[in-house]
Design a protein around this ligand. Structure first.
Ligand SMILES: *Cc1c(COP(=O)(O)O)cnc(C)c1O
Length: 429
């Protein structure tokens, strides 16, 4: 556990909020109806005034300019994916023009596998883990099928020993000479385990293997340093910790040393700017991350990102990460001191350098406890079979909210209030 000197009463929560350098950013986000306490920013970040403003601004430009929207501000919207990509890229210390905002996470996985995976007789396997989010597997499996190959012959799966964590040594051991490419999550979506991306990348490169990461559960929460890590590629969504709105356009990073590769999925927005509008039938691939864009940018699904980035840039990823770690450490402390007797535990890494942005609360009655929490005006996030993900977001959650959450969980435990709810599952639980 973190080396923080926590105390049991609410006074400390109040004092921590008072001393918090990020507390002022809370008012830039909209409070939920009925002032619900939101602990689900790891699934869908909250709306901000900055995001709303940016979206309305684009609407104004479209209203006033029509087709000329593509020309205003020196082609700002024409180059929106790259302009926003450069700003998101700075959050992970990528170089200029290595990040594009485009498509969705799943399609970007298709893009990187189609680009990087060129199987040969000797080196053809794709290495993954068995705890990654399902869509990552679906995309990889269908890329294998597209080549007329068999998943069971090509896919190599590192299995977690306990179904909770991935052993990095086991991943490294699986980096055999027949492996061509590795796709792993940066942070596991259930247990919040943060993998040592630098070490894994070094080991993969030593063996001539490409490696890339899915940052869905770390972008906007963890201050990655890509200048140090140097992965080959990465992909992520912007609607979780980065709060860019439901279904907002996703991110793709490709290390600049690979800009000479032929892009797997080509489209006219991946063509060189100079010849794109000559509309030739021969694709002339752009010389940077632009190549990885396919069609016209989804401006309305990107505008909220432009707005909310102002907040992330002002706050700074170092401060965001520091507060996020302290919030989850505080939450774990309170679970230990207040909730153990009611059958609650947590199943996530406790060391700071191994933990992402949420706490994985575990209870046999997890599903019905989520319903009880909603009844008490708190929004958690359920994951089968027994995990409640609780993500206090540095920019808009307070220590006092964490304290209140624990108090409510205590009340639910004392009264066994889960008995008031049905175990039947809704579509989005
Ligand atoms: C949320 C998430 C996704 C989502 O993919 P979309 O294509 O944006 O729907 C993919 N992978 C991981 C690991 C995720 O956490």
């Amino acid at each position: 556990m973190a080396n923080k000197d926590f105390q049991p009463g609410i006074e400390q929560a109040k004092a921590l909020d008072k001393a918090d350098v990020l507390h002022k950013f809370r008012e830039r986000f909209f409070p939920l109806a009925d002032n619900k306490i939101y602990m689900d920013g790891n699934s869908l970040g909250l709306a901000s005034k900055d995001a709303e403003q940016a979206l309305l601004q684009v609407m104004e430009v479209w209203k006033n300019e029509g087709i000329l929207i593509w020309n205003v501000e020196n082609g700002h919207y024409f180059n929106y994916g790259k302009n926003l990509g450069n700003r998101v890229g700075r959050l992970i210390n990528a170089e200029e023009n290595e990040v594009m905002i485009t498509a969705n996470t799943t399609l970007n996985i298709h893009q990187v596998i189609a680009t990087f995976w060129k199987p040969t007789k000797e080196r053809y396997k794709i290495l993954v883990d068995d705890l990654n989010f399902p869509t990552d597997r679906y995309a990889v499996d269908s890329q294998i099928a597209l080549k007329g190959m068999k998943v069971e012959e090509v896919l190599k799966v590192v299995e977690s020993a306990d179904g909770v964590f991935i052993d990095e040594d086991a991943v490294i051991e699986a980096m055999t000479p027949d492996v061509a490419i590795i796709l792993l999550p940066s942070v596991l979506y259930r247990s919040a385990q943060l993998l040592d991306m630098e070490r894994l990348t070094k080991e993969a490169h030593k063996r001539g293997i490409y490696i890339g990461f899915d940052l869905c559960h770390s972008i906007g929460a963890v201050a990655h340093d890509f200048e140090v890590i140097q992965p080959d590629f990465a992909i992520w969504c912007n609607y979780k910790y980065l709060s860019a709105g439901p279904g907002s356009t996703a991110g793709i990073y490709v290390n600049k040393k690979h800009f000479n590769k032929t892009v797997g999925l080509a489209g006219w927005f991946g063509n060189k700017d100079e010849t794109q509008f000559q509309l030739n039938h021969e694709f002339e691939q752009a010389a940077d991350i632009t190549a990885f864009q396919t069609g016209t940018p989804n401006i309305f699904s990107m505008a909220p990102l432009e707005g909310v980035l102002n907040i992330y840039e002002k706050a700074g990823m170092k401060h965001i990460r520091a507060k996020s770690l302290n919030l989850t450490a505080y939450m774990m402390y309170l679970i230990d001191s207040h909730l153990k007797v009611y059958g609650y535990t947590y199943n996530n890494e406790t060391e700071d350098h191994k933990r992402g942005g949420h706490v994985a609360l575990v209870h046999d009655e997890a599903y019905r406890i989520c319903l009880a929490l909603k009844h008490h005006n708190i929004i958690p996030d359920y994951r089968e079979p027994n995990v409640i993900r609780l993500a206090p977001i540095a920019l808009y959650n307070s220590y006092e909210e964490v304290y209140t959450l624990i108090e409510v969980l205590e009340v639910i435990g004392q009264g066994q209030q889960w008995n008031n709810f049905s175990n039947e599952r809704a579509i989005v639980v």
